[in-house]
Design a protein around this ligand. Structure first.
Ligand code: FES
Length: 561
């Protein structure tokens, strides 16, 4: 398996805790109640993204405590610390959303620095939102100390007018209200019932997608992704996670032993089979970059083409993550893919066993209709597609899950930034047939590559979901549905052709042919390019300005190192 076996379980912390010159460090440890025995044990850092800012983090202190118990019982000394976390749901639709993707880098950096500074021997990351999951796994890959990832768990769906609802319904209701299709009283009732408690956004949006990918990558224990946060099984699982960190340390299994190209193929296949978020493209590219694995944006298209879409989940389908948990969780999906030869069973996981070994006891019969048989899939190919063409020579990403219109030709309606587009939608100025173009929202140009959920949900809420298309150098929430093409690269800020578009320009999107292009002649685009000037940066100081200077193209994961 080619894994590096550390010389001893205190392979890093020994330098911090032993010898007369480390008396000051030990004095600090003793001041916090650590005994001689605690100090002599391996130190396991627990990087927790807890806060009481958002429902997906608010329970993570409880999970962290259980991980500590597991670490202690298995012979380690836990040292827990927090990172920042940004709630996409609360930041969505306003200037604050520019901080979201930036937070992924800050989370990875802060975990790296804490482990580096304190010489911890192993790591458990506890996370529960869109950026906290990839940020945590990026840090694991970067540090390459024995590590386990664990998830905070999904929220249950709310109930409104006799049906399950999630935050997606609330975003779409904003558009329905603006269009007069919903009353203020109905909107208020929905707002009060959509999110019934703690946990991550309930559908297969980005957090649940990335937690599922963590299982497929092999950095999380089997069954980690789908247990709801309020289920007592989540706490029992967290104790096992703590013990697993010690076991990984003992076995010498490091993240890069697990994060191989095959592991990424498995994660992409799982995402494509489930109709997961397009953000997985960005995040898996970034994790691969940290792990030193050569993964390209075109790999997503190839893997998706050979993977059937077999799981029906919101935003396009009818089920939520808690439903998948009742059906057996991510292991039953992986087992179905494994039996069909769609994932690599030989990939090593953090348990010390291969994916196939982990799945040996997993049932092959799945209750209900949430997971289709591979020979009777929802669609024979997966739900991620990478489009190319003169508008996106480096690539653009689209999710096809339960999208009916996959080909669209229409005139461009061009907006510099999301707010102006959203204003036009609110004034009902978007017409059926339009291709809404939202630019200067890329990693550098935003900066921060905002998600366009407020806009896409407004279009769906107005009944335009199947009648318009949208392209952007920004990105989408996992709750977005419809023909929405994101991550257009090069972005407008870098002078990509998207920067030169004007209202009325002809745009063609053909997903089966993987095309996103404008019919403008080269003569015309050359003439426009001569007049194009990059707009001034939105931020000249602070974290957003620093990020804009460092970040790479979305086509390679929008990474900063
Ligand atoms: Fe954190 Fe949705 S806002 S999971």
């Amino acid at each position: 398996m080619g894994k590096a076996r550390p010389a001893d379980p205190k392979h890093r912390s020994r330098e911090v805790t032993e010898g007369p010159e480390r008396a000051p460090a030990r004095a600090y440890l003793r001041s916090m109640g650590l005994t001689d025995e605690d100090i002599a044990r391996p130190f396991i850092g627990i990087a927790n993204t807890w806060n009481d800012v958002m429902p997906c983090q608010i329970n993570l202190d409880r999970i962290g405590k259980k991980v500590r118990e597991g670490v202690r019982a298995a012979g380690g000394t836990p040292r827990e610390f927090m990172t920042i976390a940004v709630s996409d749901g609360i930041a969505m639709g306003h200037e604050g959303m520019r901080a979201s993707l930036v937070s992924r880098e800050v989370i990875a950096d802060s975990i790296e620095l804490m482990i580096h500074a304190h010489g911890y021997d192993g790591l458990v990351t506890v996370a529960g939102c869109d950026k906290t999951i990839p940020g945590s796994i990026m840090a694991m890959a970067r540090l390459n100390v024995p590590s386990v990832f664990t998830y905070g768990g999904t929220m249950l769906p709310g109930r409104y007018e006799g049906r399950d609802v999630t935050i997606q319904d609330v975003f779409e209701a904003v558009g329905a209200f603006a269009a007069g299709r919903m009353t203020a009283v109905q909107l208020d009732e929905l707002e009060r019932s959509a999110c019934p408690g703690a946990g991550t956004c309930a559908g297969l949006f980005t957090a649940n997608t990335m937690a599922s990918c963590a299982e497929a990558l092999g950095v999380a224990l089997p069954g980690d992704a789908a247990i709801p946060t309020i289920d007592p099984a989540r706490e029992k699982h967290a104790v096992r996670v703590g013990a697993a960190a010690l076991s990984a340390l003992e076995l010498g299994i490091r993240p890069r032993d697990v994060l191989t190209y095959e592991a990424f193929e498995n994660a992409i296949a799982l995402d494509a089979s489930m109709g997961g978020s397009t953000n997985a493209v960005l995040h898996l590219l970034a994790i691969a970059h940290e792990a030193g694995v050569t993964l390209g944006i075109d790999d997503f298209d190839g893997i998706s083409r050979r993977t059937p879409h077999i799981v029906t989940m919101k935003p396009g389908g009818k089920y939520v993550m808690a439903d998948l948990h009742r059906a057996g969780g991510v292991p039953v999906v992986l087992r179905r893919l494994l039996d069909a030869g769609k994932v690599h069973g030989g990939a090593l996981t953090v348990t010390g066993k291969t994916l196939e070994e982990n799945l040996r006891e997993t049932p092959t019969r799945i209750p209900g209709d949430i997971v289709a048989p591979v020979d009777r899939p929802i669609t024979p190919t997966g739900t991620l597609a990478i489009l190319k063409g003169n508008l996106a020579p480096e690539g653009a990403v689209v999710k096809t899950a339960l999208v009916r219109h996959l080909c669209h030709e229409g005139p461009a309606r061009v907006f510099d930034g999301e707010q102006t587009a959203f204003g036009a939608a609110r004034r009902r100025e978007i017409e059926p047939g339009d291709v809404v173009v939202i630019r200067y929202e890329g990693p550098k140009g935003g900066p921060g590559m905002r998600e366009m959920l407020a806009m896409t949900a407004a279009l769906v809420g107005q009944g335009l979901g199947e009648k318009v298309a949208l392209i952007t150098d920004g990105r989408f929430s996992g709750a977005t549905r419809g023909l929405m093409v994101g991550h257009v690269a090069p972005e407008a800020w870098d002078g990509g052709l998207i920067a030169l578009l004007r209202d009325g320009d002809p745009i063609e999107i053909d997903v089966p042919k993987r095309i996103v292009r404008t019919g403008l002649t080269k003569k015309e685009t050359d003439a426009r390019r001569k007049k194009w000037r990059r707009p001034p940066p939105r931020y000249r100081t602070g974290a957003l300005a620093k990020y804009a200077k460092l970040v790479s193209s979305a086509a390679v994961g929008a990474v900063c190192s």
